[in-house]
Design a protein around this ligand. Structure first.
Ligand SMILES: Nc1nc2c(ncn2[C@@H]2O[C@H](COP(=O)(O)OP(=O)(O)OP(=O)(O)O)[C@@H](O)[C@H]2O)c(=O)[nH]1
Ligand SMILES: [Mg+2]
Length: 183
């Protein structure tokens, strides 16, 4: 199963792919440069030194016979053109949200809603960030009640796995509903 890991700049996409992957993840990190300063919005994540310029790639066997291929998207607006290519054939997506900059994940939510790709929202609970209930996040993002919202720490493998299990179950339930509707 091909899965996308999306979300705004610095939300923790590379971190999540790295923490759950059972292979050494492929990364395309580059230093944030002076040239990028006028176009890259780093507000809220001023300490960030590198950014994904193409994609992250990792793999995990979630259960016997179910391998997930994880594709982390780049977070900066100027790399949006990569998303269409990465999304081809994706069966689901994780949208990582940072509640300090929640609006940054709106474009990701729109992207998957418009393409009918099932997704879950994983709230990455950064140290020192104000905590919100999942229902508050759901309301703020104006999500359908059926879309799973989870709290996680992207650095923890078990949290990342929980998010992926929720996504696989959510995507499977959607396919089941579609098949039943056709029958
Ligand atoms: N405290 C805390 N720090 C985190 C967490 N997840 C990620 N970080 C840190 O936040 C920074 C951003 O993480 P990345 O994984 O690079 O974010 P990204 O979404 O891939 O960023 P771009 O590819 O540039 O859009 C890194 O310095 C991480 O170490 C978390 O759950 N808690
Ligand atoms: Mg990244």
């Amino acid at each position: 199963m091909k899965i996308l890991v999306a979300g705004g700049f610095g939300a923790g996409k590379t971190t999540l792919v790295g923490s759950v992957s059972e292979i050494r993840p492929l990364r395309t990190e580059e230093e944030l440069s002076e040239q990028g300063r006028p176009v890259d919005d780093t507000s809220g994540v001023e300490t960030k030194r590198t950014t994904t310029v193409a994609m992250d790639f990792g793999r995990i066997d979630l259960q016997p016979g179910l391998a997930l291929y994880l594709f982390g998207t780049p977070g900066q607006d100027r790399f949006w053109f990569v998303w269409d290519e990465l999304a081809r054939g994706a069966l689901g997506a994780v949208v990582i949200a940072d509640t300090r900059r929640l609006a940054d994940c709106f474009p990701s939510v729109d992207f998957f809603e418009r393409r009918g790709i099932p997704f879950v929202v994983a709230v990455n609970c950064f140290d020192g960030a104000e905590r919100f209930e999942v229902e508050e996040v759901r309301d703020a993002l104006d999500l359908d009640p059926g879309i799973p919202v989870l709290l996680c720490d992207a650095r923890l493998r078990e949290d990342g796995k929980e998010v992926l299990v929720a996504l696989v179950e959510h995507a499977a339930a959607g396919r089941h509903r579609a098949a039943t509707a056709r029958a």
